[in-house]
Ligand binder design. Structure first.
Ligand code: OSB
Ligand code: MG
Length: 374
């Protein structure tokens, strides 16, 4: 295929409630959607949509929203426009010389992938080799003001039917919150925590106190670069260590597994450079008997739909952060919101990612439109 044009639709969507992690409090989602136009070998012009996951500020990853948009406009787009054959499978190779910038690369590859699958009339789930038509739906719960608030908010999600609860933690809001949740909802609740790199190895004795609460896992307790230290921590506590921030590529996943730093891996397509690299990490982990689950970045319906298909691969044996649109948004950007029902989300079956961007809502949420012509 030939890439004809790229457009970045910058949007801002209010969140239903503030989302606090150890690194920030978000009250609105600012991101951009990538609209790609490609011409197929038979001369058909197809459009595909991708979604950026880089946050406003570089507090979760080195990448951030404006940086990712800049890199796409000034570096990735020219290389792709110059290429003879642009497909989802060639994007990574064409952009190979650009170091890092996984989120920028992922957003563009995603748009090309959607366009390519739409041209073929094929769903993303079928392309991947998905083995399920629904995926269990977990919810990520932000840090609350008090233990009582944590119990109250989690109770609400349990009542809605979520299959698994993930609670954000940080020093000062960890053991007491976890203990209260277990006391209130019992030992059978599928329950895990995410520290977003808020601790250091010096905190090992403190983190070990979490061991008595039967957590499914603790996600990214230490820093992004601390793969070896995660391996040390794993020797000191029983709760399985899951890596998020540290796994930026298939190579990083391989290192983490071989070092004993990751009993579980959170796979986020944006963080690792796209859905194709995400599948490679799934394959590597599966071959090593390492469980994976699909993480989230407060995606709109576009990104969530694609994540649901990815999570339908056989190695995704733990519930992902694939909550319904209404967990973060009163109104989603897609014509149909992502719905959680009976603890699951349906894997889309339509061509491409199987969702349509609603032009009116897109216009309403849009703050800026950047045309990148060939
Ligand atoms: O660490 O998993 C994370 C959101 C933004 C940045 C990092 C993380 C998260 C979440 C949200 O936990 C999960 C979701 O999108 O539902
Ligand atoms: Mg995380």
């Amino acid at each position: 295929m030939k890439l004809l044009s790229l457009r970045l639709h910058h949007i801002e969507m209010p969140l239903v409630s503030p989302f606090t992690t150890s690194f920030s409090t978000q009250t609105a989602k600012r991101t951009f959607l990538v609209e790609a136009q490609l011409e197929t070998a038979s001369g058909e012009v197809v459009t595909g949509w991708g979604e950026n996951v880089a946050l406003d500020s570089p507090v979760y990853s080195p990448e951030h929203l404006e940086g990712a948009a800049y890199v796409i406009e000034h570096w990735l787009a020219p290389m792709l426009f110059a290429a003879e054959d642009v497909t989802a499978e060639t994007v990574g190779h064409i952009l190979h010389k650009i170091i890092g910038n996984q989120m920028a690369k992922a957003a563009v590859e995603m748009a090309v992938l959607d366009a390519q699958l739409r041209a073929e009339g094929r769903s993303f789930a079928s392309y991947l080799g998905a083995v399920r038509d629904t995926v269990p739906s977990g919810v990520s719960v932000g840090i609350q003001e008090s233990v009582e608030a944590t119990v109250g908010v989690i109770g609400g999600y349990i009542d809605q039917g979520y299959a698994r609860i993930k609670l954000k933690i940080q020093p000062g809001a960890d053991v007491a919150h976890v203990a209260a949740v277990r006391r209130e909802f019992g030992d059978d609740l599928p329950f895990q925590v995410d520290a977003n790199a808020a601790y250091t190895l010096v905190d090992a004795a403190h983190l070990r106190r979490l061991d008595e609460y039967g957590l499914l896992l603790i996600e990214q307790p230490l820093g992004e670069a601390d793969i070896r230290q995660h391996a040390e921590l794993a020797k000191l506590m029983h709760t399985p260590i899951c890596l998020d921030e540290s796994v930026v590529s298939a190579e990083a996943a391989a290192d983490a597994i071989m070092l004993g730093a990751a009993a579980v891996i959170n796979i986020k397509p944006g963080r690792v450079g796209g859905y194709l690299e995400a599948r490679r990490i799934h394959d590597i982990a599966r071959a090593h008997g390492i469980a994976v689950w699909c993480g989230g970045m407060l995606e709109t319906g576009v990104g969530r739909a694609a994540n649901a298909a990815l999570a339908a691969l056989p190695g995704f044996t733990l519930p992902g952060d694939i909550s319904g649109s209404d967990r973060f948004y009163t109104e989603d950007i897609t014509t149909e919101p992502i719905r959680m029902h009976d603890g699951v989300v349906d894997v889309p079956t339509g061509p491409g990612f199987g969702v349509e961007v609603d032009p009116d809502r897109l216009a309403r949420f849009r703050t800026r439109l950047v045309d990148i012509p060939a």
